[in-house]
Structures are given as C-alpha cells and as structure tokens.
Design a binder for this molecule. Structure first.
Ligand code: PGA
Length: 248
C-alpha cells in the first residue's frame, strides 16, 4: 500500500496565541489537500487556540516537545496526557535544536518516544547529521546510531505508525537544502535500517520526511523521491508558501 504523504509545519518559537489563530485562518483555504496529512506543530501555549481554530478542517495539530513522566514535580514541562487531552495528535521528538540547545540525548529521547506512543500520540522523530559529520563521511553511521538508540524497546507494530524526519542540521534555516539525491539517499538508508531492526513490511509502512529549507520551489521534487514521504517545514510554514508546499 502506498504511504500517505505527511507535511508538517514546525513553527518553532514563533506566533503568539492571537497571531497563531490569524495564521491558521489565513492558511485555511490554501492547505486543502486530502491526499496528504497536514499538521501544524505549534508552541505549547498556542495548542489550545490552534486546535479550536482548525476544527472541521483537514489540519491536525502537533506539539514541538513533551516530557516522558506521567505527572508531578517537573516545573515547566508538559506531559503526553496533557497533549492528548488538548486534542494534539503528533509530537516532534528530538529536533536538532532540542538536542543541541537543550542537551537532549538519545536515552532521554527514547523515553519520550515510548511515552508518546503509549499515550496514543504519533512521534515525529527527528534525526540528522552536522556539516562536520557529513564532511567526515559518517552521516549514515550517525543517523543509524540515532534511530537505533531512539527506538530501543519500541515494537514493529508501534514503529510502523511513527514518522521519522531526516533533517540535516546544516540545511535547517540556512536556505541550503540538501540536494534531492542527498535527501533520498539518507531517507532510503533510514528505511534500510528499519528493515534490519524489524522487517521489510515495517520499513515499508513507516513514513520518512525530509526537513531543512523545504520551500515552495523544491517541495515537489523532494516529495517525488521514492523514500521521501513528505516534509517537516520550518520557516516556510509561517507563510502562504506553506499552501504551495501542501498542494505541491
Ligand atoms: P527550516 O526548518 O525549514 O526553516 O529549515 C526545518 C526544521 O527545523 O524543522
């Protein structure tokens, strides 16, 4: 069965609640495409108003982060159960900005992935190499390490429903997109890694996005690759351009 494409916006730390609702309203007529899953991953404080604003549309809401504990003394954190209760369906886990600025390591991300799945959320698990790693020729070794450690203890049945986002760090927010060949090569490598860890049917089911300077001009070519099942879009998800990406 063909995998349904999934195109997600990652708003990062942008949009106040009132700006968020305005953006959702502006994008509403532009992001209608029933052939793809459309997701807005928004700052925690925007979740409630955005869930309300997308009601009755084809858009679903994701969070940008969560904590793995059930509840308790974790000041400032948000649990999976809170996200589910607010109407969230997806959660980005392990974005390179969280790995880098907030020192999230793979052991922590593994706990988050497992908790998200247990709560009924779909993790969008991010991986990606630095420019230094690419130049050293260790890209695929690094990505395989991330995928393997982040998925410890996750069953084949659970993995087939998650989303993996390949985002080369050097392509994020830089305007420097990976070439279509580079993006496809790594996404294919991720699928092979899943096939080795689980089996071919699981690998064929999992959706793998490319992220890193996706825009209205390059989306169609990227999404036409056999192993690229959509995109995780930062900067361009905050503008009308996102409509062009969704309707690529
Ligand atoms: P960008 O960000 O599209 O602005 O490069 C992508 C991401 O970080 O998810």
């Amino acid at each position: 069965m063909a995998r349904k494409k999934i195109i997600a916006g990652n708003w990062k730390m942008n949009m106040t609640p009132s700006q968020a609702v305005k953006l959702v309203e502006e994008l509403a007529p532009l992001v209608k495409n029933d052939d793809v899953d459309v997701v807005y991953c928004v700052p925690a404080i925007d979740i409630v108003p955005v869930v309300e604003a997308v009601k009755g549309s084809n858009v679903q809401v994701g969070a940008e982060n969560m904590y793995f504990e059930e509840s308790g003394a974790y000041t400032g954190e948000i649990s999976a159960a809170m996200l589910v209760d607010a109407g969230v369906k997806y959660v980005i886990i392990g974005h390179s900005e969280r790995r880098d600025y907030f020192k999230e390591d793979d052991a922590l991300l593994n706990k988050k992935v497992k908790k998200a799945i247990e709560a009924g959320l779909v993790p969008i698990l991010c991986c990606g190499e630095s420019l230094e790693q690419r130049e050293m020729g260790v890209t695929m070794d690094w990505i395989r390490f991330q995928i393997k450690s982040d998925l410890v203890g996750v069953s084949a049945d659970q993995v087939k429903d998650i989303v993996i986002a390949y985002e080369p760090i050097w392509a994020i927010g830089t305007g420097k997109t990976a070439t279509t060949e580079q993006a496809e090569e790594v996404c294919k490598g991720i699928r092979e890694c899943i096939a080795e860890m689980y089996d071919q049917a699981t690998a064929d089911a999992v959706r793998i996005q490319y992220g890193g300077s996706v825009n209205a001009g390059n989306a169609a070519e990227l999404f036409a690759q056999p192993n690229i099942d959509g995109g995780l879009v930062g900067g361009a998800s905050l503008k009308a351009d996102f409509g062009k990406i969704v309707c690529y």
